[in-house]
Each structure stands twice: as C-alpha cells, then as structure tokens.
Design a protein around this ligand. Structure first.
Ligand SMILES: Cc1ncc(COP(=O)(O)O)c(C=O)c1O
Length: 370
C-alpha cells in the first residue's frame, strides 16, 4: 500500500483547529452533538467492555438488515463509512485490477484504490451537465478486467441524487459484466424526501456503505457499516475487519443502536434543517453575481463555482477567505477539481454562522477581483 495523506484530511477544520475558524462551512455533516443531547436510555456504567460480536451489535444489525432487505449477518458494522470503504477496496482490489470511479468523489473512494495500485478509469462529472452521468458512459469506461464500479449518492461534493431507474440500469450492467457495484450512501438520511431504499435492493453484487456521521451529527462515534446480500463476500469483509480491528467498540455500538432505534423520530427535524440551510445558500447564490451552482437535491453540501468569466484571482480569494475572514470551505482541490469550485456545507453551521460565512465569501470575492 502506498499511503499518502489526502488534502481533505490535512486541511480539515479539525486539523486546522476549530478555534482558529470563525465560519466553518467546510463540514459535510449536521452539527456535532454531545453524548448528553442523545438522551440515552441505557446504563453506561453497567456496559461490559468485552470483545463484542465481530460483525457488530446484533440489535443495530437487525435494524439495518430490515431496511436493507438482507439478513443481519449480511451487515457488518465498521469504524465509520471510511472503515467500510477501506475494507471493500482492500478485499476486492489488488494492484493492477481495474475499477471505474465517478469523479469528483469523496477522496477515499479515489485514494484507497490508488494506494493499492489499482488502475482506475474516472468518469468525470461536469458542472455544465448538472453533475450527471449516464450508464453508457460507465459501460464505456469498463473493461474485461473491471472488478468494481464505485459511485456515491447523494453525491459528495455536489449533493446530486442519482435517479433510481439509472441506478437499476447500472446495477444490471455491472452484474452482466461480472463486477461489483459499490454505492456509498453515507448521505442517505439527508435527502429531503423519504430516504431511498438501501442499494442492497439492487442485487447481490451491490455493496451499500453508510454511517451515522452525517445525518445524525455523530462523526465522533465512528459508526458505519457495509451491507451486501452475498454472504460469502460478507465473510471476506468480516475477515478483513477481524484483521484490522477484530471488532468494534461496544460502547459506541450501544449508543448507535439507541440512536438508530429512534431514527424515524429524528428525520423530520433533520429534513427541516437541510431544507432551511439549502434555502439560505440558494438566496445567497441568487444575490451573488460571481457564483453559480447546480442546486443539490440531497445531503448538506453544495459545490458551487466562481463563474468562469468572473475576473477573480483564486489564490487571493482563498488567502482572504482563510486569513482575513477566518472562513473555511472545501476548495476544489480536495476533490481533484479546480479551486474555482468550492464545497459549502450548510448543515453544520448555525443559520447565523452560515449567513456570516456566505457574506465572508462575498467579501473575499470582492477583495480578490482583478
Ligand atoms: C461520501 C462519503 N463517504 C464516506 C465518508 C466517511 O465518513 P465516516 O467515516 O465519518 O462515516 C464521508 C465523509 O466525509 C463521505 O463524504
């Protein structure tokens, strides 16, 4: 493995230091919550800190399996969705194997296959095409050696939600070519309408990955999972998990179980917060003549850009934004894109912080106008 630190991690707010940032628009989750806010219904002091079930908390797996249309033993709890993505990539790919990845994407979905030495063909999404892809483009990118097709929906960093009928056609194509389809659904519970069925419904060759980090504001729990209806594949994923972690943290898993049991009650507030944050960004885009976007349909991030014709010195813009206004966004290079694009997270800041951060972007744009 050829590990390399990714810019999205090196430059992340937690590495910069939250105290150094006034307006944090760089997060892709809802506001982080305290343990106390979760109103937990179990005796923390009585929790036995043993090695837990290697697949993960049976109660949580049963809840996920019921939603995913699979057996609880086809659910593997992992250390965040990041842990699941690592297990999937290292189980399915060896150096020289071929995969197809949508780009931009969450950085790990590109970087881990790269670190393994796999050969990727990228299907590049374009602003001008509404960040959409076609099944034909993915078919054209696949070769006889393709082991894996990797997509993310709702998509990071654009917030685009891919059409269910296209996903079904894609799953059919990938099955016909004898490959696996990885669907990173980490933002699933952040769609405005009812969340789509888990991608496991698309076929036994489909692997669904998600976590509690984003919608529930719990990235510090590090609770994610993968699901696939292929039991023998699942057994390989379990072998990977056992070699990396043995099992998960029982306390984190119990907290996650308690939270996930109440998920239906949590969702209306989440949906309202997503809609409100998105509305604030929409109003700002409408008033900010140098910016344009493809409005996201899910998640709490958008990926607007400085209009190509706008006479902005991009390096000066970021220097002013970070240095003078102490405001953070996710610059395009976090996603191997031009820095005229920036990811704006509208679920984490309070509404006042979001408005303050957007005003700071406008001010930095003015100060960087040539
Ligand atoms: C699409 C996507 N997948 C996975 C992750 C990893 O999240 P976590 O490990 O906190 O669940 C992220 C985090 O930003 C993400 O955006």
């Amino acid at each position: 493995m050829r590990y390399r630190r990714m810019p999205i991690e090196v430059e992340s707010p937690e590495q910069i230091g939250y105290d150094a940032i006034t307006y944090n628009l760089a997060e892709s989750s809802m506001r982080d919550r305290t343990v106390g806010e979760l109103k937990l219904d179990f005796d923390v002091g009585a929790t036995l800190l043993l090695y837990g079930d290697h697949r993960g908390h049976p109660g949580l797996r049963a809840l996920l399996a019921a939603e995913g249309g699979c057996h609880p033993d086809q659910v593997l709890l992992t250390t965040g969705a990041a842990g699941a993505l690592f297990i999937v990539a290292t189980t399915l790919l060896e150096a020289g194997d071929h995969l197809v990845v949508l780009r931009p994407n969450y950085a790990t979905n590109i970087e881990t296959p790269r670190a393994i030495g796999a050969t990727a063909t990228y299907v590049d999404l374009a602003f001008e095409r509404g960040w959409q892809w076609t099944v034909d483009e993915i078919a054209a990118a696949m070769t006889e050696r393709t082991r894996l097709v990797s997509i993310t929906t709702p998509h990071n960093p654009t917030g685009i939600v891919f059409d269910r009928s296209e996903l079904e056609r894609l799953a059919t194509l990938v099955a016909a070519r004898g490959a696996y389809l990885l669907v990173d659904e980490t933002y699933r519970d952040l769609t405005l309408a009812e969340p789509a069925p888990f991608a496991t419904a698309l076929g036994p060759h489909v692997i669904s990955v998600a976590s509690l980090s984003k919608a529930y504001g719990l990235p510090g729990l590090r609770m994610g999972w993968l699901m696939t209806r292929d039991s023998s594949l699942n057994e390989q994923f379990l072998a990977a998990k056992e070699q990396i972690f043995i099992t998960g943290a029982v306390l984190d898993e119990e907290i996650s179980y308690q939270l996930y049991r109440r998920r239906a009650a949590e969702r209306p507030a989440i949906a309202a917060a997503v809609a409100a944050g998105r509305g604030i960004v929409r109003d700002w885009i409408a008033a900010e003549s140098t910016m344009e976007w493809v409005e996201p349909a899910g998640g709490v991030v958008a990926f607007p850009r400085i209009k190509p014709q706008a006479p902005i010195d991009v390096a000066r813009f970021y220097a002013a934004l970070n240095g003078e206004y102490k405001t953070w966004v996710g610059p395009g290079h976090w996603f191997e894109q031009d820095d005229r694009n920036m990811r704006i997270g509208f679920g984490w800041p309070t509404h006042d912080e979001l408005k303050g951060g957007l005003a700071a972007i406008s001010a930095a744009l003015r100060s960087a106008t040539r």
